[in-house]
Design a protein around this ligand. Structure first.
Ligand SMILES: *[C@@H]1O[C@H](CO)[C@@H](O)[C@H](O)[C@H]1NC(C)=O
Ligand SMILES: *[C@@H]1O[C@H](CO)[C@@H](O)[C@H](O)[C@H]1NC(C)=O
Ligand SMILES: *[C@@H]1O[C@H](CO)[C@@H](O)[C@H](O)[C@H]1NC(C)=O
Ligand SMILES: *[C@@H]1O[C@H](CO)[C@@H](O)[C@H](O)[C@H]1NC(C)=O
Ligand SMILES: *[C@@H]1O[C@H](CO)[C@@H](O)[C@H](O)[C@H]1NC(C)=O
Ligand SMILES: *[C@@H]1O[C@H](CO)[C@@H](O)[C@H](O)[C@H]1NC(C)=O
Ligand SMILES: *[C@@H]1O[C@H](CO)[C@@H](O)[C@H](O)[C@H]1NC(C)=O
Ligand SMILES: *[C@@H]1O[C@H](CO)[C@@H](O)[C@H](O)[C@H]1NC(C)=O
Length: 378
């Protein structure tokens, strides 16, 4: 489907540049919704996985589907693609004014958090999540041949750190997620990382992450609950926590015409963010044929990243629907109408919302607590 969208975009330009121009003049076609660079101002847009220019730090390539400028500094959405490394991916550090969130899209990585004398390590597999509130020492290590971390950092603008540290600007004509090469991991040398306080990075070089993981992927002296029991969200905005895929809280709802089931699995609600942002996943059944998707509009900005299946979206002011595949991101500004729906039998998005008037909050109002990761079979 991506091929056909790209193909039709190319054909539209080569066959009749004048016609394309007229279509855009007349009503913002979806061709102009899909961008190849993250906009530097707030507007609706879609970016396709791995097509954005990125920056390389050692073997890791960082791309920024949502930036400070593209979100009015609401939040930054980072995609980090990297191979396995025998070293930490970054030296231990904390942020005083940014709340950082780690989601695992591909491969495995270790993530450690440490605060108030309690240290937790987890091996994250795809779908797992870790919360790093203010003043939490943290670090990570990439463990598989192709790892992709999805980071959400609130407020927006944190990408400036990576521009500052970049060793190279990276683009690929084949959309290779990261380049071949014998790069050493940039933990960031101690001298550099100590210069970064202006970018809200405080080195914690005495922290030594506990490397002894049990068979369940747990280290440290925290609760130890991971892929073996219920993972609850922190009760406040200061405590780090982890949610293994499917082991967190779950709620079920359906679209108003019952055309599709949604399972909402929140990671961050107003409780964990002081009302600054929300994050979690929505698993959806395929929209019944003939059913309409619901339309939403919020007073804060919304970003959706597809993490499973295929998801259709329609964004107000743009003609036509776009099918998004894994890793594609749609950004919807405050006040803009949008719809989304499952096009595959099983699809899932990671959502990020600004403030408290958010997609998850709206869906949760009509949802009921649900003890399964799968919707009803009939
Ligand atoms: C295209 O969309 C933008 C942003 O939504 C809007 O400001 C602009 O007026 C639209 N242009 C047309 C021709 O509809
Ligand atoms: C984070 O630590 C700094 C420095 O100790 C302190 O001033 C600030 O209040 C802390 N922030 C939070 C949210 O605890
Ligand atoms: C957790 O372990 C660290 C050493 O790794 C130790 O300093 C700390 O006191 C321990 N905390 C608790 C609550 O046991
Ligand atoms: C990346 O490109 C930007 C814009 O052209 C430039 O300012 C920056 O120095 C480049 N970074 C590296 C590491 O080459
Ligand atoms: C790649 O790195 C390893 C370890 O850092 C080194 O032993 C090896 O010689 C390097 N290979 C090349 C082709 O540079
Ligand atoms: C959707 O399903 C609910 C519960 O089964 C039912 O009460 C409601 O009438 C249905 N709505 C529509 C529009 O079919
Ligand atoms: C929420 O935002 C306010 C205002 O920027 C900030 O003071 C507070 O620390 C933030 N809280 C969290 C948990 O992010
Ligand atoms: C977009 O999908 C909706 C179903 O949600 C459908 O009603 C509509 O006709 C589609 N629009 C286009 C332009 O294909």
């Amino acid at each position: 489907m991506r091929t056909s969208v790209l193909l039709s975009a190319i054909l539209a330009v080569t066959a009749s540049e004048a016609a394309t121009f007229t279509a855009r003049e007349a009503g913002n076609s979806t061709n102009s919704l899909i961008v190849s660079e993250t906009p530097d101002y707030v507007r609706p847009y879609i970016v396709r996985a791995y097509t954005l220019p990125g920056v390389r730090l050692g073997p890791q390539v960082y791309r920024f589907p949502v930036t400070g400028p593209s979100s009015g500094y609401a939040f930054t959405l980072i995609s980090t693609a990297a191979p396995a490394s025998t070293e930490l991916g970054v030296l231990p550090h904390l942020h005083q004014t940014h709340y950082e969130n780690f989601y695992c899209l591909r491969g495995r990585y270790a993530l450690w958090t440490s605060k108030d004398g309690k240290t937790d390590g987890r091996i994250l597999t795809p779908g797992d999540y870790g919360a790093v509130p203010h003043n939490t020492t943290h670090t990570f290590q990439m463990l598989d041949p192709f790892v992709e971390q999805v980071g959400v950092i609130q407020p927006g603008g944190f990408e400036d750190l990576f521009y500052f540290l970049a060793q190279e600007n990276y683009t690929s004509s084949t959309y290779a997620p990261y380049p071949q090469g014998n790069y050493t991991t940039p933990g960031g040398d101690a001298e550099t990382i100590s210069k970064l306080q202006a970018l809200d990075v405080y080195a914690e070089l005495t922290f030594s992450p506990p490397m002894a993981f049990d068979a369940n992927g747990v280290s440290g002296n925290g609760t130890g609950v991971w892929h073996n029991g219920e993972n609850s969200l922190a009760a406040d905005s200061a405590t780090p926590f982890f949610v293994a895929k499917g082991y967190g809280p779950k709620c079920l709802t359906s679209t108003t015409n019952n055309g599709s089931y949604f399972i909402i699995e929140p990671f961050i609600t107003s409780v964990q963010s002081d009302g600054n942002f929300t994050e979690g996943t929505i698993t959806m059944s395929q929209l019944s044929s003939g059913a309409q998707a619901d339309t939403y509009s919020f007073t804060g900005h919304t970003a959706l990243e597809v993490v499973d299946g295929l998801v259709g979206v329609s964004v107000g002011g743009y003609d036509g629907n776009v099918t998004l595949a894994i890793g594609d991101v749609v950004f919807v500004p405050a006040g803009t109408k949008f719809s989304f729906w499952g096009e595959a039998a099983y699809s899932k998005v990671l959502y990020v919302g600004q403030g408290t008037d958010t997609l998850d909050a709206a869906l949760l109002r009509s949802a009921t607590v649900w003890d399964s990761v799968i919707w009803p079979a009939s």
